[in-house]
Design a binder for this molecule. Structure first.
Ligand code: URP
Ligand code: ZN
Ligand code: ZN
Length: 458
């Protein structure tokens, strides 16, 4: 099967150029001006931007957490991804206590294989560090799971400093890289006790118990541990200017630190937690959404290429699931949807309103992600030999984000009513048209993508 995209503007991480793109049997065959092919289906894409399929390296589908399970599973979550232009997600296969890493991976394969509409891969979240888990890591990496997550908070997931040190050391030996959820658990617990003693059990308690210092302290501690081990780390879902400052210090010391942030930390502010009634529960995520001054610092860092990737931390719960915390903010399941809207939000607010270059947008949502997580140039590039994952982007389409038009299995959109310009008009997954104007037209052809060890970004 051959498809020829004619007359578009191709965007890569380093250039923007006019070229036709020929796809054949799932792969990109040629990227040149003036291509002809009698056998190909020809699609006129003049006036459109062509991006390599976007990759969201931070989703939680089918995750059992806080006594419930996320509203989006692999079926609905990957459809939502595809509808918005994301052709690959990397989900967190999570080791529940007492499980081996291979049991966790088997669970995630059972949940995803045959159900996914976009391509997918797994990080492994380690919650139970034992000698046999340490042993397993070598084979896990060889099997193509080359990135890991450790949590510095959450009672079910947390690893202590000693364990984090040991994980980093072992992953350095076997060629894995670690993403870390940085928040100081002890301080959060103390602040929760103080808040409850004051009788504040409402949503604003969530904000009050997770100030920026909670993130900054944990980042600083993590980076000291990583410095001892002499290994790179990824700080995932960075939310604060104070946290970013700690990364700057570490980089000045010569450390290799990668940063991921998410649209909610760039486009929202903490006043949402003070909305009347229980409305603020929709935004209960961890780390919390911080102040406008934090977002400004993150935007500045993005513009200077000091943040490498933008993901979503899609971890959706319906409003009735959120209601579990109606009388106690600590019982609100943490997380919100995002996988569907990241490209449109970042195009509209990043490229159009915050002066991001198209190349930067491409790096943040696709090319850097592919490199950092070991799938470049199979993914993250429009080049001969790469997978035919292409987003035909209409830069002129104006639309409004709403629960009414979303694919994700949630009864609200955190960005309800937001007007944006720019939309994924056609989405190709390995050469086949898979989504059109926000609607999925090809279901459940997503494949597991084994990954190589990470590639240095600088
Ligand atoms: O609130 C969030 N972000 N929930 C998902 C789990 C995590 O920490 O990434
Ligand atoms: Zn996290
Ligand atoms: Zn997460």
């Amino acid at each position: 099967m051959k498809t020829l995209l004619k007359g578009g503007t191709v965007v890569s991480g380093s250039s923007v150029f006019e070229a036709d793109v020929l796809m054949e049997d799932g792969k990109i065959k040629a990227v040149e001006q003036g291509l002809q092919d009698q056998e190909a289906e020809v699609i006129d894409v003049s006036g459109k931007l062509l991006f390599p399929g976007f990759i969201d390296a931070h989703t939680h589908f089918d995750l059992h957490v806080a006594g419930t399970v996320t509203a989006d599973n692999f079926e609905t979550g990957t459809k939502a991804a595809l509808a918005g232009g994301t052709t690959m997600i990397i989900d967190f296969a999570t080791q529940y206590h007492g499980e081996s890493l291979h049991e966790a991976l088997e669970n995630w394969h059972k949940l995803s294989d045959g159900n996914a509409s976009c391509d997918y891969s797994f990080h492994l979240a380690i919650s139970d560090w034992t000698p046999s888990v340490s042993e397993e890591l070598e084979t896990v990496v060889k099997e193509g799971v080359t990135s890991f997550k450790v949590y510095m908070t959450y009672t079910d997931m947390v690893l202590g400093d000693k364990q984090i040190y040991l994980v980093l050391k072992r992953l350095k030996e076997v060629g894995g890289i670690t993403g870390v959820h940085c928040e100081n658990m002890g301080i959060i617990q103390a602040l929760v006790e103080e808040e409850k003693a004051k009788g504040n059990l409402g949503v604003s308690g969530h904000k009050n118990t997770r100030p920026a210092e909670v993130e900054a302290e944990a980042i600083s501690r993590l980076l000291k541990i990583a410095d001892l081990v002499k290994t790179p780390v990824i700080v995932v879902h960075l939310s604060s200017g104070a946290g970013y400052q700690e990364v700057k210090y570490a980089r000045e010391r010569g450390q290799e630190v990668y940063l991921e942030t998410c649209p909610q930390y760039l486009l929202m502010d903490e006043s949402l937690y003070d909305l009347p009634g229980f409305e603020g529960s929709k935004y209960v995520i961890s780390p919390t959404i911080k102040k406008t001054t934090d977002s400004t610092r993150l935007w500045n860092a993005i513009r200077k290429d000091n943040i490498q990737t933008i993901a979503t931390d899609h971890c959706s719960f319906t409003t009735s699931q959120k209601a579990a915390g109606k009388d106690d903010f600590t019982r609100i399941p943490n997380g919100m949807p995002g996988v569907e809207t990241r490209p449109a939000l970042m195009y509209n607010f990043g490229v159009l309103e915050h002066d991001l270059k198209l190349e930067q947008f491409c790096r943040l949502l696709s090319e850097n992600v592919a490199k950092l997580y070991g799938v470049y140039p199979q993914k993250g590039a429009i080049a001969p030999g790469s997978d035919g994952d292409i987003v035909v982007w209409n830069p002129d389409t104006k639309w409004t984000i709403s629960v009414e038009n979303q694919v994700a299995n949630v009864d609200y959109s955190p960005f309800e009513g937001t007007d944006v310009k720019g939309k994924a008009e056609l989405v190709f997954l390995r050469g086949r048209l898979a989504a059109e104007n926000g609607k999925v037209v090809l279901e459940k052809t997503g494949e597991f993508v084994p990954r190589k060890p990470y590639m240095e970004l600088y």
